[in-house]
Design a protein around this ligand. Structure first.
Ligand code: FEO
Length: 395
């Protein structure tokens, strides 16, 4: 169960191959996940993070199979969310007085979730914990990356950054390291994780990356709390984060819609066609929200320079799939993205106006007034939709 990482550092986490939803049902995890916890056995024995609640007993049993739990001198909790702190209540029954090093906000988070008054030791950025053999853990607060309590811990001499959620991916693997897994899968999951979890905090992340860079710490390994450990060129994921945090976009336009009787779908197809005709170099993708995974679609929006959103009018409004998606788009606080709306209607026809308002409210720049179609598109209307797509590509 214990896997060697470097010198006296070991992985003691859990690979969750079955996980398909995270944060309730807000985030899809097609490839499972891992909850990475680490054990450092220097003169002092240190546990860094634990695992998600359903695996708490298994985690503590396994840990007790590796060491006498009473030998744990310090626990470091980088983040109080239950996927990392879930085994604390059972563990602390065995070692109730063991000090837990965490941020002040993590104390609130852990007390708020577990209602226990454990032996908390509050740390701030720059605080150090001597663990013997000339090694120290140096703490770096990572507030809002992605919770107020988040922090990272850096192990001197071994040059390991225990980054918790940052640089992670929901990606189950037994391989442990970034260089041992499929690179396409790895970076797709890393981008999806950033797009859906960290995008709202990009401005904070930019500052934090500058702050960490200024510390000039040698980093040989980035040991995240989800997915692989970055040991081969670990700074490659830091460089990716710097790109992603900087209002990232590719040469892509994404069309997102839902449809009732295929009129709005027909418009979507003609708009896609128009975009492709006007700009053969642009990547254009199209998603029916009722048939697609919303987190995957959010990732495509993250990659896009423009998004075109469509819904027919229903009950003076828009389809709930599109309304929910627009709500998610607003939450992501995307910057520097352009947008347009389209949709069919039979009589009142408010959908385009509603989508336009939502897009503006979400901080996207409208390219035009949108495309409204009364009843099903005839050949002229279909041609007009192609032209609408061309105009979007040219804009
Ligand atoms: Fe992986 Fe924010 O917990």
């Amino acid at each position: 169960m214990k896997k060697h990482i470097k010198n006296n550092v070991y992985w003691v986490g859990k690979v969750d191959w079955e996980l398909r939803d995270f944060h309730g049902y807000e985030y899809s995890t097609h490839k499972g996940s891992t909850y990475n916890a680490y054990l450092i056995q220097e003169e002092k024995t240190v546990l860094i993070d634990t695992v998600w609640l359903p695996f708490a007993e298994e985690f503590v049993e396994n840990l007790a199979g590796e060491i006498d739990l009473r030998d744990i001198d310090y626990i470091v909790i980088n983040h109080g969310e239950v996927d990392h702190s879930g085994a604390l209540p059972i563990l602390m029954e065995h070692i109730p007085d063991t000090p837990i090093y965490c941020t002040a906000n993590a104390v609130k988070s852990l007390q708020g979730q577990y209602h226990k008054d454990w032996n908390f030791r509050v740390v701030k950025t720059g605080d150090k914990l001597d663990i013997g053999n000339g090694k120290e853990l140096v703490f770096v607060e990572m507030a809002m990356l992605h919770w107020p309590d988040s922090m990272a811990a850096y192990l001197t001499k071994d040059n390991i950054l225990f980054s918790n959620d940052a640089f992670g991916q929901h990606y189950a693997t037994e391989k442990l390291y970034n260089d041992l897994v499929d690179q396409c899968e790895l970076f797709a999951e890393a981008m999806k994780y950033y797009a859906n979890i960290l995008t709202p905090f990009s401005a904070i992340l930019r500052k934090k990356l500058d702050e960490i860079t200024a510390l000039n710490l040698p980093i040989d390994i980035i040991a995240t709390s989800h997915g692989v450990i970055w040991r081969d060129n670990p700074l490659q994921i830091v460089e990716k984060y710097a790109q992603w945090a900087n209002d990232y976009q590719e040469n892509q336009i994404t069309v997102v819609y839902d449809t009732m009787w295929n009129g709005t779908k027909m418009l979507a197809e003609r708009i896609v066609e128009g975009i492709g005709l006007a700009d053969p170099d642009v990547t254009v993708r199209s998603y029916n929200l009722s048939k697609s995974d919303v987190n995957d679609v959010i990732t495509e929006v993250f990659r896009s320079k423009a998004v075109v959103i469509g819904s027919p009018t229903i009950n003076n409004g828009i389809l709930h799939s599109v309304a929910g998606f627009l709500h998610m788009v607003k939450q992501m606080k995307f910057k520097k993205k352009k947008a347009a709306a389209f949709g069919c209607y039979g009589w009142s026809g408010e959908s385009v106006k509603i989508i336009n308002e939502s897009l503006q409210d979400a901080g996207l720049e409208l390219l035009n007034e949108g495309f409204r179609q009364l009843w099903n598109p005839d050949l002229d209307a279909q041609e007009a939709a192609v032209e609408f797509g061309k105009a979007i590509a040219r804009a």
